[in-house]
Design a binder for this molecule. Structure first.
Ligand SMILES: C[S@@+](CC[C@H](N)C(=O)[O-])C[C@H]1O[C@@H](n2cnc3c(N)ncnc32)[C@H](O)[C@@H]1O
Length: 313
């Protein structure tokens, strides 16, 4: 049931906005409803991605528990938490970040050579800034992919932030002991990616071929919720409110075609309204990534689907 008493009036009003605009909308506290994720032998994500959905996986699994689908489409791939968790037999994976997709292509095609390269790399602040200043296109393929993994694992919170020229500019993360890669996992990821088509285009191109019976998981960049929480800068292209409106149109088109569609985003009244008429749920969970310490409170994630979302187990 609703946990409105736990929110201020303003927050309650926001939630009310979502409820008015949706078939269903309730607030779930993830930690209370779902047990911690269990470790198993599945291939795990090779990158840690700001905005990644690893902590939302129990909820996403519950949303999909009664669903079946043919092909898996993930047009905002990032670290691909749900893709690795579901390990689908056929997938179309896309991200506008071409360095990211290039890296996945190398993982898929050359896991052993990539591991050998990563094993030689020394983690230090000076090496981080040296590698960060290198233009990736100037490097041989293996070194380019290794650079991407190195910077991702050692930068601040896995945040992929670029300047106006598209150059990576996230600072060093002081992440303690960092393991750049695990050989067995790289091989597992490589096997899994062999079932997938990898693309680096706008999300709209990546879902064009989705048909009835396919599953499309949409996890777009967040609308910023505060002055410093600017998660839009994953690529030099930003994702504005207007992009969210167009995405909602794409959601409707996919739903009309007969695809199963699931979208996750940080809860925001404007976003919830865009999906008026679809099933919505709000899940509250701890936040770990923010540019400022004070932002590390709780966040509310909005889930939208064209099928009923059954979160209680
Ligand atoms: C919230 S992240 C996805 C996180 C992912 N679900 C995970 O678990 O790691 C959003 C991703 O969308 C990508 N992106 C931004 N704009 C895009 C666009 N127009 N088309 C496709 N991908 C885009 C970003 O590069 C980023 O990796």
């Amino acid at each position: 049931m609703l946990a409105e008493a736990q929110f201020s009036d303003v927050q309650t009003n926001l939630l009310q906005g979502a409820m008015n605009s949706a078939a269903t909308a309730r607030v779930y506290h993830q930690s209370k409803l779902f047990p911690a994720e269990s470790e198993d032998s599945k291939a795990r994500p090779v990158l840690k991605w700001a905005g990644g959905k690893a902590r939302l996986l129990p909820v996403l699994r519950a949303c999909l528990a009664r669903q079946t689908f043919r092909r898996y489409f993930e047009p905002f791939l990032g670290g691909g938490a749900l893709f690795f968790d579901l390990a689908p037999k056929t997938a179309v994976l896309n991200d506008l970040n071409s360095e990211l997709i290039f890296c996945y292509q190398i993982v898929r095609d050359h896991p052993a050579k990539l591991f050998a390269k990563l094993k030689q790399m020394q983690v230090s602040e000076s090496e981080f800034y040296r590698l960060r200043s290198v233009i990736p296109e100037s490097l041989p393929p293996m070194e380019r992919a290794a650079r991407f993994i190195y910077l991702n694992k050692t930068c601040y919170n896995g945040l992929y932030r670029v300047n106006k020229k598209g150059q990576f500019n996230t600072p060093y993360g002081r992440n303690g002991k960092v393991s750049l890669a695990d050989e067995d996992n790289l091989r597992g990821v490589s096997r899994l990616l062999k079932n997938a088509r990898l693309m680096s285009e706008d999300y709209s191109s990546a879902v064009r071929e989705a048909e009835k019976g396919d599953f499309v998981y949409l996890d777009p960049p967040y609308l910023p919720v505060g002055k410093y929480a600017d998660f839009k800068r994953y690529t030099k292209e930003t994702f504005f409110e207007d992009d969210h409106r167009k995405l909602a149109d794409t959601f409707r088109e996919l739903s009309d075609k007969g695809c199963l569609v699931l979208l996750s985003n940080s809860f925001h009244e404007k976003i919830a309204k865009l999906y008026s008429g679809f099933y919505q749920e709000v899940v509250e969970m701890p936040r770990f990534i923010s540019c400022k310490g004070e932002g590390r409170g709780r966040v509310r994630e909005l889930l939208v689907s064209n099928r009923p979302l059954e979160l209680t187990q």
